[in-house]
Ligand binder design. Structure first.
Ligand code: SAM
Length: 231
């Protein structure tokens, strides 16, 4: 299967395994991953965030309930919400999630956004689990035609050591543990380059301490809601 599908399947497998009720996808683009997660019965709240409203709207209709969803309502409730905004900003609508996914997002962030990202995701949202995927630049020599980056909008592409040191620093600062894996196997004989896509799975070490934080000044809304469906 194509690489993007392998990434989505990776997340879907995690959802099946850990059964999070509330999942947020940051940099959700055309909402394909959210649409796939809609079919996981454990999920009761799905939220998407992207800086680009136009890309979210492209296939947004797929998130609208179908007649069958009303004719044969299921036991579980499901709410799907899409927000326009940046992962460099905090918004209370992103609090209380069990799983936050950032698939091929961080390499699109400007330096100033990447600096704020850990505090927003790990410090503020503080979900039990965070999944971050990004290209492994060591694999690029195997990709025909890739001279600098795989995509012109990439601000950087990290090798495994760079991603892992950033991830480990971040995990340590916010009391998470992190494990590394990936998707897209290298061809036989080239195993040294690692996966095409590198993935960090972060797990929060201690139970939520958010109550403490909420005693501080409440955070004002920074995102704009562009879609909401209640099943
Ligand atoms: N996660 C999707 C996937 O795996 O197919 C899309 C990944 S796409 C390569 C990166 C997405 O991140 C784009 O839709 C882009 O608009 C979004 N993005 C870039 N900067 C962002 C920011 N600061 N905050 C939120 N989303 C951002």
């Amino acid at each position: 299967p194509p690489l993007y599908k392998q990434r989505y399947e990776f997340v879907k497998d995690l959802v099946r395994k850990y059964k999070p009720k509330k999942v947020a996808d940051l940099g959700c683009a055309d909402c394909t991953l959210l649409w796939m997660l809609k079919f996981c019965n454990c999920v009761e709240v799905l939220a998407g965030l992207d800086i680009c409203a136009a890309v979210m709207k492209e296939k947004m209709h797929r998130l609208t309930p179908l007649p069958a969803d009303y004719l044969e309502p299921s036991e579980r409730s499901l709410t799907v919400t899409l927000h326009q905004g940046s992962v460099a900003h905090k918004d209370p609508c992103m609090l209380g999630f069990d799983l936050v996914t950032c698939i091929e997002l961080i390499e699109h962030l400007q330096e100033s956004e990447l600096e704020k990202f850990p505090e927003v995701v790990f410090g503020f949202m503080a979900p039990s689990m965070v999944v971050i995927s990004t290209p492994n630049s060591e694999f690029n020599t195997l990709l025909p035609g890739v001279t600098v980056f795989r995509h012109p909008d990439h601000k950087f592409e990290w090798d495994r050591a760079q991603f892992q040191s950033w991830a480990q620093d971040t995990a340590q600062r916010y009391d998470y543990s992190v494990e590394f894996t990936g998707v897209g196997n290298p061809p036989t004989g080239m195993e040294d380059v690692g996966f095409c896509t590198q993935i960090g799975v972060f797990v929060r070490k201690y139970p939520q301490t958010r109550e403490l934080v909420q005693c501080e000044k409440p955070t004002e809304a920074a995102y704009k809601t562009v879609f909401k469906a209640v099943y």
